[in-house]
Design a protein around this ligand. Structure first.
Ligand code: K7E
Ligand code: CUA
Length: 668
């Protein structure tokens, strides 16, 4: 195991940094779990985890929720990708969430989970997540663990530096990993330097249902990779890494790695607000979708927006400065005090740390090295606070424990390195298995980290679990950081490819959970609140069936009069008003997913029967002892055969229902 680790390491290192020294992270045995580790991660049956952790799903386009320290997966929250398991993106109510200026887009690549904050501390209202491919940002409501809003970003490609928040969630941001012509147009790719630009979007995020681009900043055509807002003294500033200052457009592996230094862009967004108020931003025609779920009907609506305010730094002096930063930096992380700006130079031999106060002084002193498209480049020596020497290889991301220490993930040397803010000395290092990307400390990018653990999210799994063919599950590792030395406690598998994650104490959100949706308040136009409100209606070739589901039947459960060529909409309302009692709905031959109805909720399945036939439907969620009895039939007749539209509604007396409920063990 040790040897394969080394071999793999060499494989990564060799092409990237020839001749570099391999830092030793192999003094401990890879399989170690020592001493009291088991008791530190053991959450006894019936007990709860201390933290909720929200992990991006990477190329599965979703978010997954884990308990820490157990590493138990609690939920998958579908966001940008259709999810057949509960009909997200398949049922009629949620389809509008996938609308974009490119049409219906059922997939994306999620990277960075970001909790909303109040005064720089995670507050448990919302989780934001970005879609990297067709740039979008989403809001997840943490009382329901559901996606409730998605905003597309116009004039952008590769929404990677997203959706990081300002300390009170006034804005979240999204910056472009790929520069493209702005506005996008058919131009020769060789015109890159002339035509390709980046943009940074500031998105109003503090009012659910009203997310919108407040303004965009037009940037030189570099690749903007990651960002973090200032806090405390640096509140009002936002910092973004950029690489490819070479502006290469082919063979980036080599061509974008030539410059010794790229840049951190320091954006004074408080200044941007002034410039916007002074009319310096120009309306820029832009088509982009805004989708959100109406709270009462639980139906998503989609609207197409037509313009953004575009700010050119040339028209707003003092808006952006570049901080030279070695070498192709990836993450940029601000320490809890707001003074230090830590950049992870993927190919750098040090971890450079900029000082906010020195930056302000350098701006006042005009300590400029040069200017790029109207943006002053500050002198490296005038802004650097210090460099962490010999940290390891391939620094990517940094989180903080709130006790004066920083933890940086080292992709190439596959380790976490702990170092001290201010002295820049490395105080501890532990190996990760293997090739860590992001790392996460609960609250670790906030003003007051909750600390206790660091989670490594590793890119390569290799030999850590029972093999499952050529593709293995992704792997996370949990380390105790309460003492001087980091201690590996647990490996646990994750799904998709988690990039960033965030976590917060469970106590902040666990008692705010919705247990069911009020039937009385259900504003779906096709709701049926009781069997008496069910029915079937034909309008031309469209047939609407209003149906209810309750333990353990559907009403109606026999439907006749549907004809070939009809489009049938099953609107099924789960009329239970009881926590965790779900029903499902599936009909044979549906070119679609099932429906899952949470208690009190109406969901709609569109179905186009092909043949004159009998089609059964049934409940897919094992809801009671008589779940297998929860079924029905649809009769489909030829188009030329007239069969009266009819429904058989099971009429059960209340006493019958009560008896059945008792027989099924009552409510759970
Ligand atoms: Cu480093 Cu997309 Cu956050 Cu992955 S990014 S690791
Ligand atoms: Cu309802 Cu099974």
């Amino acid at each position: 195991m040790q040897r394969s680790h080394l071999k793999r390491l060499t494989m990564f290192v060799a092409p990237v940094i020839a001749g570099a020294v391999l830092y030793s992270c192999r003094t401990t045995a890879p399989t170690l779990t020592t001493g009291d580790a088991p008791s530190k991660v053991y959450v006894a049956p019936g007990q709860y985890d201390e933290f909720y952790a929200f992990m991006s799903g990477g190329y599965n386009g979703q978010v997954s929720v884990y308990g820490l320290p157990s590493g138990r997966m609690l939920k998958l929250i579908p966001v940008f990708s259709q999810h057949a398991e509960n009909g997200w993106g398949y049922n009629e109510e949620s389809k509008p969430m996938f609308q974009t200026s490119h049409g219906f887009i059922p997939w994306d690549d999620t990277h960075h989970a970001e909790l909303s904050q109040t005064n720089g501390i995670p507050d448990g209202r919302w989780l934001f997540i970005n879609g990297n491919n067709t740039p979008r940002v989403a809001r997840i409501d943490l009382t329901r663990f559901e996606t409730e809003e998605i905003l597309e970003l116009p004039n952008a490609a590769g929404g990677h530096a997203a959706p990081f928040t300002t300390p009170n969630t006034k804005y979240i941001v999204s910056a472009t990993r790929f520069s493209v012509p702005i506005p996008n147009a058919d131009v020769p790719i060789a015109d890159y330097k002339k035509s390709f630009k980046g943009t940074i979007s500031f998105i109003r995020a503090d009012v659910p249902g009203q997310m919108d681009v407040a303004f965009q900043i037009l940037m030189p055509g570099f690749n903007y990779d990651l960002g973090h807002s200032g806090k405390g003294p640096s509140d009002g500033w936002f910092f973004f890494t950029s690489y490819n200052s070479e502006q290469a457009y082919t063979k980036l592996e080599a061509n974008a790695s030539k410059n010794d230094k790229d840049f951190v862009a320091a954006v004074h967004y408080a200044k941007a607000e002034e410039c916007v108020a002074a009319g310096k931003a120009k309306p820029f025609p832009s088509k982009y979708a805004h989708n959100f779920v109406d709270e009462k009907s639980r139906i998503a609506k989609s609207e197409m927006k037509t313009s953004v305010l575009m700010l050119d730094p040339k028209d707003c002096p003092g808006l952006v400065y570049y901080l030279p930063t070695p070498k192709s930096p990836h993450g940029v992380d601000i320490d809890p005090t707001g003074e230090y700006i830590v950049a992870g130079g993927k190919l750098a031999s040090v971890i450079p740390v900029h000082s906010f106060s020195k930056m302000i002084k350098a701006i006042a002193d005009k300590a400029f090295e040069t200017e790029i498209e109207g943006i002053p480049v500050l002198k490296y020596d005038a802004v650097i606070a210090g460099e962490v020497q010999k940290p390891g290889l391939g620094p990517l991301h940094t989180e903080f424990d709130g006790k004066g220490y920083a933890y940086t993930s080292m992709f190439i040397s596959s380790e976490i390195v702990k170092w001290k803010l201010g002295t820049w000395e490395v105080v501890d290092r532990v190996p990760t298995y293997y090739s860590i990307g992001h790392l996460m400390i609960p609250g670790g990018d906030s003003k007051q980290p909750f600390g206790k653990y660091v989670v490594a999210m590793n890119k390569i799994t290799k030999d850590r679990y029972l093999p499952t063919g050529a593709e293995l599950t992704q792997s996370a590792q949990l380390y105790d950081i309460s003492g001087d030395k980091m201690k590996l406690l647990l490996d646990f598998p994750t799904i998709g490819e988690p990039h960033y994650a965030q976590a917060l104490p469970a106590s902040i959100i666990k008692d705010k959970q919705v247990k069911f949706f009020s039937l009385k308040d259900n504003a779906n136009p096709y709701v049926a609140r009781s069997e008496a409100e069910t029915g079937i209606k034909r309008s031309g070739k469209r047939v609407d069936v209003r149906m209810i589901a309750i333990r353990s039947h559907f009403a109606p459960d026999n439907i006749e009069g549907v004809q070939q060529g009809d489009t049938v909409y099953f609107h099924v309302t789960n009329i239970e008003q009881d926590w965790d009692i779900l029903h499902g709905f599936a009909v044979m031959g549906a070119e679609n997913a099932e429906l899952i109805m949470q208690p009190g909720e109406t969901r709609t399945l569109r179905w186009i029967p092909k043949n004159a036939n009998i089609y059964p439907f049934y409940c897919t969620d094992f809801c009671s002892a008589l779940h297998q009895e929860m079924q029905g039939y649809v009769r489909v007749s030829p188009a030329n055969k007239i069969v009266a539209l009819s429904a058989t509604i099971s009429k059960k007396s209340q006493s019958q229902l009560d008896r059945m409920k008792a027989a099924q063990g009552g409510t759970r």
